[in-house]
Every structure is written in C-alpha cells, then in structure tokens.
Design a protein around this ligand. Structure first.
Ligand code: IMP
Length: 446
C-alpha cells in the first residue's frame, strides 16, 4: 500500500496532528517530512480511563498508537534537545518510544547559533520598517535551512565522529561569530562548549538513528501504508507561500518526497486539511483577516493561540481563493474540514470567493507577490449560519442543514470532496464524509 500525505492547506494550525493521530490507527508507519520544532501538533483524547492533551513539536503524531513506527525524515531540521525532551515526556506517559522512533541520519541539526542568528536577524528587521520582521517562532528554523542549502550544515550523521564534528563546527562557528559579532554586535560562541553538548546528545540519540529513506522504501515494497505528516501549511511554503513571510521548507505535497526519500509514484492520496475559517500566526498578508469583534469571537471559541509560542493567532473568514490555489499546487484528492463547530452561533458566515485587485479588477487567482496580496480586497458570498452546538454529532447527517450547505459550498468551489469533518478536539469528534453521505465520499485511510 502506498503513501498518504497530509497537508495543511492554509497558514498552518489546521488540525493536521489530530487527523494524523486518527489515521495512525490503521497506518503501518507515520513519517514527518519537513519543518522542525516550530510545529505544534496538539493531540487530545479520552479513552475512558485517561484523558490526555499533548503538543508534539517534532515526533510524528502517530506516536500515541502502540506498535506504529514513527519516522523523522531527512527533510526535518532536528533540535536534539527538543527531541530528547519530547521523548522523555512521552515515555513518562507510559508509551514506548525507543522501539518505534526512527530519525534520519541525513537530517540537519539545529545548533545553538541558529537561534541566536535568528533572534538577531528578527530584531534587525523590526528596526527597519522597509524589511519588517517575519514573526518567526524563534526555533532556529530559517538559519538551519540556510546552512543546509549553503552546504555548511551539520547533520545527524556528523555526531557519530566527534573529530569530524569538531572540524565542521570550528569552521561554522568562525563564520557565525563573524556575523554575530561583526553585524549584530552579539557575544561570540565557544566551540568546545558546543562540541561537548552535541557529543552528549549523540549518546542519547544514537539508538534512533538510521537510513530512514531505505526503511520507508522497504516498508513500501512490503505493501505497507505510510502516512506522511506535513507541518505548517501550504501558504507558508518557501516557494508557494506569501514569500518572504513564509517558513523555510516545503509543507506542500512535493516536500513529502524530498523530505522522506520516497518516490512520487508511491504517493496515492493527498489529504488537504482545511480549517473552516482562516488563521495565521506571525506577520504577512492575510486578506480575510477580521480585526474586530468577530475575529475575537473566533479566537476565543477556537482557542486560537499558538501551540508552540502561545501567541494569539490572527483570525478571519474562509478564503477560497487561497484554498483553490493550494488545492491546485498539492492536487488534493480529498479534504478534511476541521473546527466546523467553532462557527456555531456566529450568525451569517462569509466566505471569500474572489479578490478585487488594487486597479478594481476582480480575480480568482492568488497573487504571488506579497505587495499585491497585501492590497487585495476580499469579495464575499454570505451563507446562513447555525446556532446549534454540533459537537455531539456522530454522523454527517446529524449536522444542521446550514452546516452541511457550508461544507457543500467548500467542496463545490474546490471540486474536492471532504473525506472527514472534525467538530471538536477529541478523537471521536470526527465524522466520516462532508456534505455528502460517507458512502459517496472518497475512500479514507485504510
Ligand atoms: P519559522 O518557521 O519559525 O521560521 O517562522 C516563519 C513563519 O511561519 C512565521 O510566520 C511563523 O509564525 C510561521 N509558522 C512556523 N511554524 C508554524 C506552525 O506550526 N503553525 C503556524 N505558523 C507557523
């Protein structure tokens, strides 16, 4: 059986973690393909005996299913301290991690200087109004990917040989000190301290490290089903997002192949996770943003505060111009619509179907230049809302007709059906299908 890739269709925080957790029940392997500890995938469940909520930053969202192997692929930038901390916390909950977690030997490492460089860069950008701060998560993601592509990164495999690590680090740190001291006036870094710290990490990380691409391809050859988990969202993709207000990796479908080392021919399904409204953390254009009372209502009802940084998320109406664009870039074969319950009681609902460009022309095309995107005016269709609490629904048929019409509107505009609809944070609050009965929806994880 092939690969199913789960992709955020907006600016991240769509609820991918919850979906991947659910799909893990039937998956043979769950593999994360990009990003780093900037992600925050919240998993909530209540199995009758215990109720847990856990925010995963690096470890794939399949880890709470005993027996399911989880892979951190080569496309991820790994913060060793963060992954070890996460392993410890998950083991403290009684789950076995060592037997199941595999970390790519080719993954690049986040080094302490990546966070320092990032903080200095963001501070400098904030001072310069022509080049505003990105509003990053501060996890060193951008500088780590910069080093990777500049071919001066340190990889997991480098930890195996302390003398090689020392040589590479000495070179890297000379370079970083020149920038930190010379450009940003920051304190220089000490090589010995960092070598010692990372050699100590190696002793702990070693049991998890392997050639994960080979592992995954062997699994595919054995007919196993891999769920590939993306982090962030398509509109934060470094190529397809609202550049430069993006992350530094490829959350879009293509990132799955390069970030795991699996062939594109193995990817059979691309599930687009669509939050029923829009949110964004960090800076950058957001055409349907609601800065007044309705935005505040969405933030409160949806608990829209960053899972990694705690920052309040910016909230707005659903943007189908942006979604049609990401559906096309990713080739979604099905959608999962999440947080539909948050819209209950909001009154009439607006959905953006076109943008008015600064010259007055209307378009359904998502502009690629941030300068245009910042100045478009969203054109809305208004749909009737519903007042009923829908969190207790157990089948799509239980939803009020207005909620089903809202789902149908999304499906029709994007020309993709919803395989699932989520109406609350718990595992059982996921309905099979969208507006159509489940039997007419595309096949879901098996
Ligand atoms: P970075 O990924 O930390 O470099 O941040 C770049 C941009 O991506 C900022 O706007 C962040 O707020 C945003 N971002 C990074 N990770 C996430 C995420 O998991 N959810 C939502 N936004 C994110």
């Amino acid at each position: 059986m092939p690969v199913t890739v789960v992709i955020g269709s907006q600016w991240g925080d769509e609820g991918k973690g919850k979906l991947v957790d659910l799909m893990s029940e039937k998956a043979d392997v769950v593999a994360r393909y990009q990003g780093g500890a900037n992600a925050g995938h919240t998993i909530c469940w209540d199995d009758g005996e215990r109720s847990e909520e856990f925010v995963l930053h690096l470890i794939p969202s399949g880890i709470f299913h005993e027996g399911t192997p989880c892979v951190i692929g080569n496309g991820v930038v790994l913060d060793p301290a963060a992954v070890l901390d996460e392993i410890e916390q998950i083991e403290a909950l009684g789950y076995d991690v060592e037997e199941r977690l595999k970390i790519s030997h080719n993954a690049h490492l986040i080094m302490p200087y990546h966070k320092q460089v990032e903080a200095a860069q963001e501070a400098a950008r904030s001072e310069n109004t022509d080049d505003g701060a990105i509003g990053t998560t501060g996890r060193g993601i951008g500088p780590a990917y910069t080093d990777k592509f500049a071919r001066r990164g340190i990889r997991v495999v480098d930890l195996l040989r302390p003398e090689v690590l020392r040589t590479k680090l000495t070179r890297a740190i000379e370079d970083k000190n020149a920038v930190l001291k010379g450009v940003y006036g920051a304190e220089p870094l000490d090589v010995d301290e960092i070598v010692e710290e990372y050699v100590a990490f190696d002793e702990k990380i070693d049991p998890y490290v392997t050639d994960t691409s080979q592992y995954l391809n062997r699994a595919l050859a054995e007919g196993k089903h891999i769920v590939a988990e993306g982090a962030q969202g398509s509109l934060l993709d470094v190529d397809f997002g609202s550049y430069p207000f993006v992350t530094s990796s490829h959350p879009t479908a293509g990132g799955c192949c390069t970030g795991l080392g699996v062939p594109p021919t193995a990817v059979e399904r691309a599930v687009g996770v669509v939050k029923a409204y829009s949110t964004r953390v960090g800076n950058g254009p957001f055409p349907t943003e609601l800065t007044g009372e309705t935005g505040e209502q969405l933030r409160e009802a949806g608990g829209e505060f960053g899972a990694t940084t705690g920052r309040p998320r910016r909230c707005g109406w659903l943007d189908l111009v942006a979604l049609a664009y990401t559906a096309s870039v990713n080739g979604f074969t099905e959608l999962t619509v999440t947080k539909l319950d948050v819209l209950s009681g909001l009154g009439e609902l607006k959905v953006c179907t076109r943008y008015r460009l600064p010259g007055g022309e209307e378009t359904r095309r998502f502009p690629s230049e941030v300068e245009t995107l910042e100045n478009v005016e969203p054109i809305y269709e208004t749909l009737p809302g519903w007042d009923d609490d829908i969190t207790g629904a157990r089948e799509a048929e239980d939803l009020p007709s207005e909620a089903r019409d809202y789902l149908r509107f999304i499906e029709d505009e994007l020309d993709v059906n919803a395989g699932r609809t989520s109406i609350g944070p718990r595992r059982e609050q996921v309905l099979e299908g969208g507006a159509a009965a489940p039997a007419q929806a595309p096949a879901v994880a098996s």
